[in-house]
Design a protein. Structure first.
Length: 59
């Protein structure tokens, strides 16, 4: 194998490894975004409406 074709093969291996890593990280980002959305939902449900008391006795 010539030096040039070895370089091309090595470049392909690097690109393949980086592509695999990008795929892994993309999946991880999606997972973390889902976790973040799930963590935010209870806060949204508990958020008070402006001008209204959260105390049921105040109604």
């Amino acid at each position: 194998m010539s030096d040039e074709s070895e370089g091309i093969g090595a470049s392909g291996d690097i690109i393949s490894a980086l592509s695999d890593r990008v795929s892994e990280l993309t999946k991880r980002v999606g997972s973390l975004e889902s976790e973040l959305d799930a963590a935010r939902k209870p806060r949204r449900a508990l958020r008070r409406t402006p001008g209204r008391s959260s105390d049921p006795r105040a109604r």
